[in-house]
Design a protein around this ligand. Structure first.
Ligand code: ZN
Length: 320
């Protein structure tokens, strides 16, 4: 009897503690959920802002290119999005023991094709000087510039025995990949710019972002079909120096990126960029050339004998 009120008090106390514990758990869960959600929102916002900025920069840069405004600061960001897209592509074919090529130089030599996208730029002359110094020829996939200085550079590329090839006039994904017609118009425009400056009608092309790009609104297969019908041959790449990534590789790293992969294939197409901001690419070039030559590989410009390296193979789209 006399224990009744005490046990009643204890029971109340226990209940109070239990309720408090449950309250704490609920508050804890809510706090965790809020922090988690907030963190996710912050991360997403940062990613979206960064992505938007990059898209804007690329578009602005290319607008500047198209008008020949090459001294624009916008060039600094260059085409980061561009050639990142297909870079993770792992080639599975064209192994070293493939002897199916009709190359007049040396059937067994490993061939390296140095390719520069997005020029002409403030670095084109330096790149050409280095190539001249080592007496090697390369391939330039150019974009549309109409100022006199750029016209001279298109011409110098040709005069010094390199292959001039088409990349894009505007290099604006949003407009060139809207439809096959839009792509065709842009391609014709850059073809005419190069022809007017050099007298050369280009046959070789490289799609902005590569044939495996995932940004095109129209199927790349339709574009591939179109360019093939027009007699063009497109080239992707199987080796990169990494200068299109946001990683800002050091000169040594750019060299390593190339040397880690070059020589794995009979035909090695090395993707690099000729753009104002890509000064490390220029600095890395002499060492890259020296190391490739030391290995006994042959450096050549792309021509009719070159086995096209294609992420989406033309045979998979067009029956020739
Ligand atoms: Zn490009």
């Amino acid at each position: 009897m006399s224990n009744e009120p005490i046990s009643g008090l204890r029971e109340r106390e226990r209940r109070r503690r239990r309720v408090n514990r449950i309250k704490k758990v609920i508050i804890g869960l809510i706090s965790f959920w809020m922090i988690f959600s907030l963190t996710a929102i912050v991360i997403l916002t940062i990613s979206i802002t960064a992505a938007n900025k990059r898209i804007d920069n690329v578009e602005q840069h290319n607008q500047a290119d198209a008008t020949g405004n090459s001294d624009s600061k916008k060039n600094d960001v260059d085409n980061n999005i561009d050639d990142n897209i297909g870079e993770d592509y792992e080639p599975t074919d064209d192994p070293i023991d493939d002897t199916g090529e009709d190359e007049p130089i040396d059937e067994n030599a490993i061939k390296v094709y140095l390719t520069f996208d997005d020029g002409p730029s403030e670095n084109t002359e330096k790149i050409l000087d280095i190539l001249k110094e080592y007496d090697v020829k390369a391939t330039f996939f150019v974009i549309g510039k109409t100022d006199d200085y750029s016209k001279e550079l298109y011409k110098r590329i040709v005069d010094e025995g390199h292959t001039i090839a088409l990349h894009s006039y505007s290099h604006r994904y949003s407009s060139i990949y809207k439809s096959v017609e839009d792509y065709a118009k842009d391609l014709q425009k850059i073809s005419d710019v190069v022809f007017d400056a050099t007298g050369v009608r280009c046959k070789f092309i490289r799609f902005p972002g590569g044939s495996s790009n995932t940004v095109s609104a129209v199927s790349m297969k339709d574009i591939i079909k179109y360019v093939t019908e027009q007699g063009y041959v497109y080239f992707d790449w199987n080796v990169v120096n990494g200068d299109a990534t946001a990683k800002n590789y050091t000169v040594d790293q750019l060299v390593d990126n190339v040397m880690n992969d070059v020589g794995k294939y009979q035909t090695n197409v090395v993707l690099m960029h000729d753009a104002r901001a890509k000064t490390s690419t220029v600095e890395a070039l002499p060492t890259i050339i020296e190391k490739i030559l030391e290995k006994g590989y042959v450096i050549l410009p792309i021509d009719d004998n070159t086995t096209p390296i294609q992420h989406i193979k033309v045979e998979s789209v067009v029956t020739q």
